[in-house]
Design a protein around this ligand. Structure first.
Ligand SMILES: Nc1ncnc2c1ncn2[C@@H]1O[C@H](COP(=O)(O)OS(=O)(=O)O)[C@@H](OP(=O)(O)O)[C@H]1O
Length: 306
Protein backbone atom coordinates (compact mmCIF):
# COMPACT_ATOMS: atom_id res chain seq x y z
CA UNK A 1 0.00 0.00 0.00
CA UNK A 2 1.34 3.47 -0.88
CA UNK A 3 2.03 5.96 1.88
CA UNK A 4 -0.32 8.55 0.39
CA UNK A 5 -3.36 6.33 0.76
CA UNK A 6 -2.72 6.03 4.48
CA UNK A 7 -2.83 9.67 5.42
CA UNK A 8 -6.59 9.93 5.77
CA UNK A 9 -8.59 8.01 8.33
CA UNK A 10 -8.93 4.40 9.17
CA UNK A 11 -11.99 2.71 7.71
CA UNK A 12 -15.00 2.78 10.01
CA UNK A 13 -13.22 4.78 12.71
CA UNK A 14 -13.59 8.34 11.54
CA UNK A 15 -10.41 10.15 10.65
CA UNK A 16 -7.46 9.02 12.71
CA UNK A 17 -5.43 11.63 11.04
CA UNK A 18 -7.46 14.63 9.96
CA UNK A 19 -5.27 16.11 7.23
CA UNK A 20 -7.60 19.08 6.78
CA UNK A 21 -6.70 20.30 10.28
CA UNK A 22 -2.96 20.39 9.74
CA UNK A 23 -0.24 18.02 10.85
CA UNK A 24 -0.59 18.63 14.58
CA UNK A 25 -4.16 17.37 14.72
CA UNK A 26 -4.25 13.70 15.19
CA UNK A 27 -7.41 11.95 16.17
CA UNK A 28 -6.72 8.72 18.01
CA UNK A 29 -8.68 5.67 16.91
CA UNK A 30 -11.12 4.11 19.35
CA UNK A 31 -8.99 1.36 20.73
CA UNK A 32 -11.73 -1.19 21.20
CA UNK A 33 -12.40 -0.86 17.46
CA UNK A 34 -8.76 -1.72 16.84
CA UNK A 35 -9.07 -4.88 18.89
CA UNK A 36 -6.55 -3.55 21.40
CA UNK A 37 -8.74 -2.79 24.33
CA UNK A 38 -12.21 -4.30 24.48
CA UNK A 39 -13.42 -2.75 27.72
CA UNK A 40 -11.59 0.30 29.03
CA UNK A 41 -13.11 3.09 27.00
CA UNK A 42 -16.63 1.73 26.91
CA UNK A 43 -17.05 0.99 30.60
CA UNK A 44 -19.51 3.81 31.08
CA UNK A 45 -19.57 7.56 30.79
CA UNK A 46 -18.61 8.05 34.44
CA UNK A 47 -15.23 6.45 34.09
CA UNK A 48 -14.25 8.69 31.17
CA UNK A 49 -12.98 12.15 31.95
CA UNK A 50 -10.37 14.62 30.80
CA UNK A 51 -7.35 14.35 33.05
CA UNK A 52 -4.18 16.40 33.31
CA UNK A 53 -1.26 14.57 31.70
CA UNK A 54 0.99 12.35 33.75
CA UNK A 55 3.50 12.14 30.91
CA UNK A 56 4.72 14.82 28.50
CA UNK A 57 6.94 14.58 25.44
CA UNK A 58 8.87 17.84 25.86
CA UNK A 59 10.97 17.73 22.68
CA UNK A 60 13.12 18.00 20.80
CA UNK A 61 11.60 19.81 17.87
CA UNK A 62 12.05 17.62 14.76
CA UNK A 63 13.30 14.78 16.96
CA UNK A 64 10.46 12.39 16.15
CA UNK A 65 7.97 13.62 18.77
CA UNK A 66 4.91 12.94 16.60
CA UNK A 67 6.06 9.41 15.74
CA UNK A 68 6.74 8.69 19.41
CA UNK A 69 3.33 9.96 20.54
CA UNK A 70 1.42 8.12 17.82
CA UNK A 71 3.29 4.90 18.50
CA UNK A 72 2.66 5.18 22.23
CA UNK A 73 -0.99 5.95 21.61
CA UNK A 74 -1.37 2.42 20.24
CA UNK A 75 -0.91 1.29 23.81
CA UNK A 76 -4.24 0.58 25.53
CA UNK A 77 -3.13 2.39 28.68
CA UNK A 78 -2.26 5.62 26.86
CA UNK A 79 -4.63 8.46 25.98
CA UNK A 80 -2.88 11.06 23.84
CA UNK A 81 -3.84 14.68 23.18
CA UNK A 82 -4.52 15.31 19.49
CA UNK A 83 -2.74 18.59 18.99
CA UNK A 84 0.33 20.27 20.43
CA UNK A 85 -1.00 22.22 23.41
CA UNK A 86 1.76 24.84 24.00
CA UNK A 87 0.49 25.42 27.53
CA UNK A 88 3.74 25.88 29.45
CA UNK A 89 5.62 27.82 26.76
CA UNK A 90 3.03 30.35 25.57
CA UNK A 91 1.94 33.09 27.94
CA UNK A 92 -1.51 33.46 26.43
CA UNK A 93 -2.20 29.75 27.05
CA UNK A 94 -0.56 29.56 30.47
CA UNK A 95 -2.70 32.45 31.65
CA UNK A 96 -5.79 30.42 30.81
CA UNK A 97 -4.97 28.13 33.73
CA UNK A 98 -5.02 24.41 34.46
CA UNK A 99 -8.75 24.14 33.79
CA UNK A 100 -8.11 25.17 30.22
CA UNK A 101 -5.14 22.82 29.97
CA UNK A 102 -7.24 19.89 31.17
CA UNK A 103 -9.85 20.68 28.53
CA UNK A 104 -7.22 20.17 25.83
CA UNK A 105 -6.68 16.59 26.97
CA UNK A 106 -8.52 13.57 25.58
CA UNK A 107 -11.05 11.59 27.55
CA UNK A 108 -9.36 8.76 29.39
CA UNK A 109 -10.32 5.87 31.60
CA UNK A 110 -9.04 5.58 35.19
CA UNK A 111 -6.33 3.08 34.25
CA UNK A 112 -4.98 5.19 31.42
CA UNK A 113 -2.06 7.56 31.29
CA UNK A 114 -2.80 10.90 29.62
CA UNK A 115 -0.02 12.27 27.44
CA UNK A 116 0.65 15.30 25.31
CA UNK A 117 3.59 16.42 23.20
CA UNK A 118 4.78 19.95 22.65
CA UNK A 119 8.39 20.09 21.39
CA UNK A 120 8.51 23.81 22.16
CA UNK A 121 8.64 23.03 25.89
CA UNK A 122 12.22 21.78 25.77
CA UNK A 123 13.85 25.11 24.96
CA UNK A 124 11.33 27.24 26.86
CA UNK A 125 12.97 28.85 29.93
CA UNK A 126 9.64 28.93 31.82
CA UNK A 127 8.44 25.40 31.06
CA UNK A 128 10.48 23.28 33.55
CA UNK A 129 9.36 25.19 36.65
CA UNK A 130 5.81 25.47 35.42
CA UNK A 131 5.55 21.74 34.78
CA UNK A 132 7.03 21.01 38.21
CA UNK A 133 4.59 23.41 39.86
CA UNK A 134 1.73 21.52 38.26
CA UNK A 135 3.05 18.04 39.07
CA UNK A 136 6.48 17.27 40.52
CA UNK A 137 5.88 13.56 39.75
CA UNK A 138 5.51 14.25 36.01
CA UNK A 139 7.23 11.77 33.69
CA UNK A 140 9.06 13.54 30.91
CA UNK A 141 10.11 12.09 27.59
CA UNK A 142 12.83 13.72 25.52
CA UNK A 143 13.43 12.31 22.06
CA UNK A 144 16.73 13.40 20.57
CA UNK A 145 18.30 13.04 17.18
CA UNK A 146 21.70 13.82 15.66
CA UNK A 147 21.87 17.62 16.19
CA UNK A 148 22.97 18.24 12.60
CA UNK A 149 20.11 16.19 11.17
CA UNK A 150 17.73 17.94 13.53
CA UNK A 151 19.02 21.32 12.40
CA UNK A 152 18.58 20.48 8.73
CA UNK A 153 15.11 19.10 9.42
CA UNK A 154 14.24 22.31 11.28
CA UNK A 155 15.44 24.40 8.34
CA UNK A 156 13.52 22.19 5.89
CA UNK A 157 10.29 22.71 7.81
CA UNK A 158 10.67 26.49 7.86
CA UNK A 159 11.63 26.53 4.17
CA UNK A 160 8.53 24.48 3.38
CA UNK A 161 6.27 26.80 5.40
CA UNK A 162 7.75 29.91 3.76
CA UNK A 163 7.34 28.43 0.29
CA UNK A 164 3.75 27.50 1.07
CA UNK A 165 3.13 31.20 1.76
CA UNK A 166 5.07 32.20 -1.38
CA UNK A 167 7.73 33.85 0.79
CA UNK A 168 11.45 33.65 0.08
CA UNK A 169 13.90 31.95 2.44
CA UNK A 170 17.69 31.91 2.14
CA UNK A 171 19.62 28.73 1.36
CA UNK A 172 20.77 26.86 4.47
CA UNK A 173 24.45 27.66 3.89
CA UNK A 174 23.74 31.36 3.97
CA UNK A 175 22.00 31.06 7.34
CA UNK A 176 24.71 28.84 8.77
CA UNK A 177 27.79 30.80 7.72
CA UNK A 178 28.87 34.34 8.49
CA UNK A 179 30.95 34.86 5.34
CA UNK A 180 34.48 33.73 6.17
CA UNK A 181 33.95 34.28 9.90
CA UNK A 182 32.79 30.72 10.52
CA UNK A 183 29.49 29.36 11.75
CA UNK A 184 26.66 31.62 12.69
CA UNK A 185 26.11 29.97 16.06
CA UNK A 186 23.29 32.38 16.85
CA UNK A 187 21.16 30.84 14.11
CA UNK A 188 18.08 29.50 15.92
CA UNK A 189 18.25 26.05 14.38
CA UNK A 190 21.79 25.68 15.73
CA UNK A 191 20.74 26.94 19.15
CA UNK A 192 17.86 24.47 19.31
CA UNK A 193 20.33 21.62 18.72
CA UNK A 194 22.33 22.48 21.86
CA UNK A 195 20.62 19.81 23.91
CA UNK A 196 22.77 20.11 27.06
CA UNK A 197 21.96 23.80 27.30
CA UNK A 198 18.21 23.24 27.26
CA UNK A 199 18.30 20.12 29.42
CA UNK A 200 20.01 21.85 32.35
CA UNK A 201 16.90 23.71 33.64
CA UNK A 202 14.86 20.52 33.38
CA UNK A 203 17.43 18.71 35.50
CA UNK A 204 17.28 21.54 38.01
CA UNK A 205 13.51 21.11 38.26
CA UNK A 206 13.22 17.30 38.11
CA UNK A 207 15.27 14.35 39.34
CA UNK A 208 17.00 12.51 36.46
CA UNK A 209 14.79 9.48 37.07
CA UNK A 210 11.81 11.54 35.86
CA UNK A 211 13.37 12.27 32.47
CA UNK A 212 13.67 9.50 29.91
CA UNK A 213 15.71 10.07 26.78
CA UNK A 214 14.56 8.35 23.60
CA UNK A 215 16.94 7.80 20.70
CA UNK A 216 15.13 9.35 17.72
CA UNK A 217 17.51 7.62 15.30
CA UNK A 218 16.73 4.31 16.99
CA UNK A 219 12.99 4.97 16.75
CA UNK A 220 13.40 5.48 12.99
CA UNK A 221 15.57 2.37 12.47
CA UNK A 222 13.70 0.00 14.77
CA UNK A 223 10.86 1.44 16.86
CA UNK A 224 10.07 -1.45 19.21
CA UNK A 225 13.21 -1.55 21.41
CA UNK A 226 12.92 2.19 22.12
CA UNK A 227 9.21 1.84 22.83
CA UNK A 228 9.79 -1.06 25.21
CA UNK A 229 12.07 1.20 27.25
CA UNK A 230 9.42 3.91 27.22
CA UNK A 231 6.72 1.47 28.35
CA UNK A 232 8.94 0.54 31.26
CA UNK A 233 9.71 4.16 32.14
CA UNK A 234 6.02 5.05 32.12
CA UNK A 235 5.11 1.99 34.16
CA UNK A 236 2.92 0.56 31.40
CA UNK A 237 2.25 -3.12 30.90
CA UNK A 238 4.36 -4.15 27.88
CA UNK A 239 1.74 -4.29 25.13
CA UNK A 240 3.27 -2.93 21.92
CA UNK A 241 4.20 -5.75 19.60
CA UNK A 242 6.36 -6.21 16.50
CA UNK A 243 3.23 -6.41 14.35
CA UNK A 244 2.21 -2.89 15.43
CA UNK A 245 4.90 -1.58 13.06
CA UNK A 246 5.81 -2.32 9.47
CA UNK A 247 8.30 -0.68 7.19
CA UNK A 248 6.65 1.22 4.34
CA UNK A 249 8.99 1.40 1.34
CA UNK A 250 7.16 4.34 -0.23
CA UNK A 251 7.27 6.41 2.93
CA UNK A 252 10.75 5.22 3.81
CA UNK A 253 9.75 4.92 7.47
CA UNK A 254 8.00 2.56 9.82
CA UNK A 255 4.26 3.00 9.83
CA UNK A 256 1.71 1.91 12.40
CA UNK A 257 -0.56 -1.08 12.31
CA UNK A 258 -3.39 -2.16 14.57
CA UNK A 259 -5.42 -5.14 13.43
CA UNK A 260 -6.28 -4.62 9.77
CA UNK A 261 -5.60 -0.89 9.96
CA UNK A 262 -2.44 0.80 8.81
CA UNK A 263 -1.29 4.37 9.18
CA UNK A 264 1.79 6.37 8.22
CA UNK A 265 2.68 9.80 9.53
CA UNK A 266 1.68 12.56 7.14
CA UNK A 267 3.80 14.14 4.43
CA UNK A 268 5.23 16.78 6.79
CA UNK A 269 7.27 13.97 8.37
CA UNK A 270 10.12 12.52 6.37
CA UNK A 271 10.61 15.38 3.92
CA UNK A 272 13.74 15.23 1.78
CA UNK A 273 16.51 17.41 3.22
CA UNK A 274 18.62 19.80 1.16
CA UNK A 275 22.20 18.56 0.73
CA UNK A 276 25.03 20.23 2.64
CA UNK A 277 28.69 20.18 1.65
CA UNK A 278 31.19 17.85 3.36
CA UNK A 279 33.07 20.89 4.59
CA UNK A 280 30.03 22.43 6.25
CA UNK A 281 29.05 19.10 7.73
CA UNK A 282 32.49 18.81 9.27
CA UNK A 283 32.29 22.34 10.66
CA UNK A 284 28.94 21.59 12.26
CA UNK A 285 30.09 18.27 13.68
CA UNK A 286 33.15 19.92 15.19
CA UNK A 287 31.01 22.66 16.70
CA UNK A 288 28.47 20.27 18.22
CA UNK A 289 30.99 17.71 19.46
CA UNK A 290 31.71 19.30 22.89
CA UNK A 291 28.02 20.12 23.41
CA UNK A 292 27.12 16.53 22.58
CA UNK A 293 29.69 15.15 25.03
CA UNK A 294 28.20 17.38 27.71
CA UNK A 295 24.72 16.13 26.89
CA UNK A 296 25.91 12.48 27.05
CA UNK A 297 27.38 13.08 30.49
CA UNK A 298 24.11 14.64 31.69
CA UNK A 299 21.94 11.76 30.51
CA UNK A 300 24.40 8.91 31.09
CA UNK A 301 23.97 7.59 27.57
CA UNK A 302 25.97 8.10 24.38
CA UNK A 303 24.67 8.38 20.83
CA UNK A 304 26.40 7.68 17.58
CA UNK A 305 26.15 11.21 16.21
CA UNK A 306 28.49 12.76 13.66
N1 LIG B 1 7.86 6.52 11.69
C1 LIG B 1 8.15 7.76 11.28
N2 LIG B 1 7.52 8.30 10.20
C2 LIG B 1 7.83 9.55 9.79
N3 LIG B 1 8.76 10.33 10.39
C3 LIG B 1 9.40 9.83 11.45
C4 LIG B 1 9.14 8.54 11.93
N4 LIG B 1 9.94 8.31 12.99
C5 LIG B 1 10.67 9.40 13.16
N5 LIG B 1 10.36 10.32 12.24
C6 LIG B 1 11.01 11.61 12.14
O1 LIG B 1 10.23 12.58 12.80
C7 LIG B 1 10.73 13.83 12.34
C8 LIG B 1 9.78 14.93 12.71
O2 LIG B 1 9.91 15.13 14.08
P1 LIG B 1 8.77 15.76 14.96
O3 LIG B 1 7.51 14.98 14.83
O4 LIG B 1 9.31 15.89 16.34
O5 LIG B 1 8.59 17.18 14.30
S1 LIG B 1 7.88 18.46 14.95
O6 LIG B 1 8.84 19.10 15.83
O7 LIG B 1 6.68 18.00 15.65
O8 LIG B 1 7.55 19.30 13.78
C9 LIG B 1 10.89 13.63 10.85
O9 LIG B 1 11.91 14.48 10.41
P2 LIG B 1 12.20 14.76 8.85
O10 LIG B 1 12.68 13.44 8.30
O11 LIG B 1 13.24 15.79 8.81
O12 LIG B 1 10.90 15.20 8.25
C10 LIG B 1 11.22 12.14 10.73
O13 LIG B 1 12.56 11.89 10.37
Amino acid sequence: MGAGSLVRGWPGLGPWYDASRGHGNWVPPRKEALGLEPALQTRGANSLQRRLPQGIIIGVRKGGTRALLEMLALHPQVAAAHAEVHFFNREENYRRGLGWYRQQMPFSGPGQLTMEKTPGYFSSPQAPERVRAMDPAMRLLLIVRDPVERLVSDYTQILHNRRARCKPYPPLERLLLRGDRGLNTRYKAIQRSLYALHLAPWLAAFPPAHIHVVDGGGLIREPLPELRRVEQFLGLTPSLRPDNFYFNQTKGFYCLQAGAHQHCLDESKGRPHPPITEQLLEQLCTYFSAHNEHFFSLVGRTFNWC
